[in-house]
Design a protein around this ligand. Structure first.
Ligand SMILES: Cc1cc2nc3c(=O)[nH]c(=O)nc-3n(C[C@H](O)[C@H](O)[C@H](O)COP(=O)(O)O)c2cc1C
Length: 312
């Protein structure tokens, strides 16, 4: 199985990626958090820092671009080429209200004529300049039935990989993925597919594969892999035993915590990042609700570290 790490804004930046790669690894590709190019600014300093090759040593990273303007897309790609990137990803899935209101992310999906013209321009640029472009998409904006038209548009282009999160915009991240539409894509896509959505454990993957009547070979993991950092190694059969390795987990945790402390201050900003992670990690500590509550309430490093000692 080929496994990709999904981008999660606020979580899977370069600090997290480096720590993950060091302690767990076995990820074939990481997608970076999206950059939103603007007039005269292909990427801001935070976006640049996240994709700088020196911040991603030993990691196969694909930068992601969120825009509905081909000029902005091409400006960002040209900047990324100077850093050595030869593959980029287009975000057609972000459901956020502010993003969609600007016609970007999932907000681009209903504008099929505009999307068509946009893809024409970026793929001819990619062809001439040897840049591979993958797409991460939803099934549609209002209705999953939109997907048939979208897929026939996608089929006109040499999409490096079509990563499908089989939900519509209004689903956000809730409910069951609409697998019948992913199955339709498996039957009709001319491009390589990557499945993404709701794989939290091995039984989810088995159930999704059964419903699709086929095991997806390329899978992108998001929340499931944050919640259980051993998920990729389990799906790939690298780890077979059922006991979770807490020692490795806390080394991984400490690596992320120390790295954030080096680039951020005061305490509250670092702890905000760590608490976001703990909202996923808490499932690794059944029966420790009281201790987790202390972790989530900490406002200073000393309080946080003391709450952690209770968990260790
Ligand atoms: C908090 C959060 C932030 C996300 N940020 C991004 C992003 O920057 N780019 C993107 O393409 N998808 C983003 N996503 C979507 C995920 O990459 C992924 O498609 C989604 O979580 C479904 O996969 P999962 O069920 O494995 O988590 C985000 C999702 C969440 C929950």
């Amino acid at each position: 199985m080929i496994l990709y790490f999904a981008p999660l804004e606020g979580i899977t930046g370069y600090i997290y990626r480096n720590a993950y790669e060091k302690y767990y690894g076995h990820i074939d590709k990481y997608l970076a958090l999206f950059m939103s190019p603007a007039d005269n600014c292909a990427m801001n300093s935070k976006e640049r820092k996240d994709v700088l090759p020196e911040n991603n040593v030993g990691i196969t990273l694909v930068p992601q671009i969120l825009t509905c303007k081909s000029k902005h897309f091409i400006d960002a790609v040209q900047e990324l080429q100077t850093m050595g990137y030869t593959e980029v990803n287009l975000n057609l899935g972000c459901p956020s209200g502010t993003v969609c209101a600007k016609g970007k992310g999932a907000g681009f999906l209903p504008e099929t004529d505009k999307l068509h013209a946009f893809l024409e321009e970026i793929y001819s640029f990619g062809n001439v300049n040897n840049v591979a472009i993958s797409i991460k998409t939803r099934l549609g904006y209002y209705d999953a039935e939109e997907f048939t038209d979208l897929l026939s548009i996608f089929n006109e282009y040499p999409i490096k990989e079509l990563i499908i999160h089989p939900r519509i915009r209004n689903d956000y991240y809730k409910g069951e993925p609409r697998l019948t539409f992913y199955k339709y894509a498996m039957e009709h896509s001319k491009n390589q597919l990557v499945y993404n959505g709701n794989v939290f454990d091995e039984s989810d993957f088995a159930s999704i594969s059964a419903q699709l009547e086929n095991k997806p070979r390329h899978v992108m993991l998001g929340r499931g892999l944050i919640s259980n950092p051993e998920l990729a190694t389990k799906l790939n059969g690298v780890i077979r035993e059922n006991l979770f390795d807490y020692k490795r987990f806390f080394e991984f945790h400490d690596c992320i915590y120390q790295s954030y402390k080096e680039i951020m201050s005061p305490d509250i900003h670092v702890l905000y990042r760590m608490k976001e992670l703990w909202t996923y990690w808490k499932t690794l500590f059944p029966g420790c609700e009281r201790e987790i509550k202390h972790v989530l309430k900490a406002k200073k490093y000393v309080e946080y570290e003391s709450a952690l000692r209770q968990l260790k």
